[in-house]
Write a protein that binds this ligand. Structure first.
Ligand code: SF4
Length: 323
């Protein structure tokens, strides 16, 4: 459960990762051949076959039905929970990748993160939070000055309207505090379920699944869902995992999507959960080439937060303009 374990695991499981289904999937055909060729090998073949995904209920690992049977819902749930456990080993330090010191800052940072990277938001918010530390300050700001500060995050006019609207609502309707209920949060300008769940899960301790672009993509690659609509994805994933896991599961899956299971070229050959993934082979399977695709701390690069948590094993991100 150390950072080093997570990092090295990526690099030291090429054999499993290079074979769809890893050791378990390989064992089944070998066992069948042995059983057919030698009657004396029957018992050995049986015991080896038991370790195949079909027999363990971990499901097929190459995206096709094992033995002609599709993966049962129960097998998928077991496999999904195992993926979550393995991701917890790989990313014991998973956390929100937006810099914040209080609920107000996290709410604004999450709204600003639409259509841009957390890194760009983290490089921009220090100036915003220094100029307008409270909802009252931001509600009374000159919109043009706010626009200038948040310009690097893109869509800065619409985002200025949203965050100033949030500040006004917090000042006038919630006594200057961020509310801790989903139904209140989603009424704020520019705040949807995703933003609300980020705030609830990370500052109020209310479990929530955060379906962003990474989470949705990986949930479909893992065959946890076939839905595209984030709300439907959220509902289906909530039914697979216990509530207590929802927030950390979200962080782990997003961490994996940002570092290894990228949108265009997933690094399958360096992926520690390849044996459990039905989409193995969608990306680079050559272990050496795959390792070069790893990002952030997995690739020895700076992370997205300028102020990462103390247990983060990588380097902090540089401030705006520093590279
Ligand atoms: S990188 Fe993604 S698609 Fe490839 S094996 Fe890992 S989780 Fe599956």
């Amino acid at each position: 459960m150390t950072a080093a374990k997570g990092t090295s695991a990526d690099a030291t499981r090429p054999k499993e990762a290079a074979s769809p289904g890893g050791r378990q999937a390989k064992a089944a055909p070998r066992a069948k051949r042995a059983a057919a060729a030698k009657s004396t090998a029957k018992s050995t073949a049986k015991s080896t076959a038991k370790s195949a995904p079909e027999a363990t209920g971990t499901g097929n690992a190459d995206g096709r039905p094992v033995g002609g049977k599709p993966e049962s819902h129960l097998a998928m749930v077991r496999r999904a929970r195992r993926i979550n456990r393995e991701l917890a080993e790989v990313y014991p330090y998973a956390h929100p990748e937006l810099d914040f010191r209080n609920p107000f800052e996290l709410l604004l940072a999450t709204v600003l993160s639409a259509q841009t990277t957390d890194l760009r938001v983290n490089q921009t918010t220090p100036g915003l939070f220094a100029a307008y530390p409270t909802p009252e300050d931001l509600a009374a700001a000159n919109p043009e000055e706010v626009e200038e500060i948040i310009r690097p995050t893109g869509f800065f006019r619409a985002k200025t309207r949203s965050i100033m609207g949030i500040a006004v609502a917090l000042r006038d309707e919630f006594g200057g505090e961020v509310p801790g209920r989903l139904e209140d949060l989603v009424k704020l300008p520019g705040v949807g379920r995703k933003t609300a769940n980020v705030v609830l899960g990370n500052v109020f301790g209310v479990p929530g699944i955060t379906v962003d672009t990474h989470f949705g993509r990986l949930a479909r690659r893992f065959k946890w869902t076939e839905q595209d609509d984030p709300e439907k994805v959220e509902a289906e994933i909530c039914a697979i995992f216990p509530k207590s896991e929802w927030t950390m599961l979200s962080h782990r899956v997003v961490f994996h999507g940002r570092r290894i299971c990228h949108a265009r070229k997933p690094a399958c050959g360096a992926c520690p959960i390849a044996p459990l993934c039905p989409s193995y082979g969608e990306g680079e399977t050559d272990p050496e080439k795959a390792r070069k695709l790893l990002k952030y701390e997995k690739g020895g690069l700076p992370g997205q937060r300028l102020s990462p948590p103390p247990d983060y094993p990588g380097q902090p991100a540089p401030p705006l303009g520093a590279g």
